[in-house]
Design a protein around this ligand. Structure first.
Ligand code: CTP
Ligand code: CA
Length: 227
């Protein structure tokens, strides 16, 4: 039915989107990563560009083609994504942090290929910087900050905590154990949570439609609060 309420314009606005997985190198030929494909972030970038925004898309490794009219910056590691995102954030009016950023990276990357000598191998990992939390600390009052959350248990409570602790306007919750949701499915069942407490469950949608509806909700509330 009328899922799309308005088609608000983004002309003159700068939209920053992150997408895809990150890749943390163990040695020159092995890495830690996750199954994210970048589909959701690329769909958001495409939808924002279609509405006239200047779009910067910071992408981890993916085979997806760059949407028309979008400026793409390719990165590999969480640290690289952190640097590129913080560099472009100050001029952004809307930031969508759709990337699946690795939480841990090897303490050291071996300069040459590790040989399989022992039966067991212990990797030492350290936390990566939380990009979204840093954006939340540095945000301008007029900047709209949208995060994503991937949860399996206590989904709503965990998402609400992330919304508050990272100082976000919105968080889009993806419940991995619901049919049709998550990695590589092509569809999404998002729950949108706003900092005001407002909550909306979206139906199961193709990711490009979920992106349109998310953008629509964010823009509608933005227009209402700046009216
Ligand atoms: N995120 C980020 N930098 C990180 C980790 C996550 O910017 N190093 C962002 C993600 O892009 C997402 C949001 O934070 O928009 C929530 O990511 P998620 O993995 O669900 O939560 P975490 O805060 O990493 O906590 P946990 O994985 O322990 O649930
Ligand atoms: Ca995480």
């Amino acid at each position: 039915a009328a899922l799309l309420r308005r088609q608000a314009s983004l002309t003159g606005k700068h939209v920053l989107v992150t997408a895809g997985p990150t890749r943390e190198m163990i040695d020159p030929v092995r890495c830690l990563t996750n199954p994210a494909t970048g589909t959701m972030g690329f769909a958001l970038a495409r939808a924002a560009a279609r509405r006239g925004a200047q779009v910067t898309l910071i992408s981890g490794p993916t085979w997806l083609p760059t949407p028309p009219g979008v400026t793409r910056i390719d990165v590999t590691s969480a640290q690289e994504m952190y640097e590129a995102t913080l560099q472009h954030a100050p001029t952004a009016d809307f930031i969508f942090m759709a990337a699946a950023v690795a939480d841990y990276t090897p303490v050291e990357t071996a300069p040459s290929k590790l040989k399989k000598t022992d039966d067991e191998l212990v990797l030492r990992l350290r936390r990566t910087p939380d990009i979204l939390a840093e954006l939340g600390r540095r945000r301008r009052p007029d900047q709209v900050l949208v995060g994503f959350a991937l949860e399996t248990d206590n989904a709503l409570a965990n998402a609400r905590n992330k919304l508050r602790h990272k100082n976000l306007d919105w968080i889009a919750l993806n419940r991995l154990n619901e049919p049709g949701a998550g990695f590589g499915t092509g569809t999404n069942r998002l729950t949108l949570l706003h900092r005001s407490g407002h909550q909306e469950e979206l139906p199961l949608l193709p990711k490009d439609e979920a992106a349109e509806v998310l953008l629509d909700r964010v823009l509608t509330r933005y227009a209402d609060s700046n009216a």
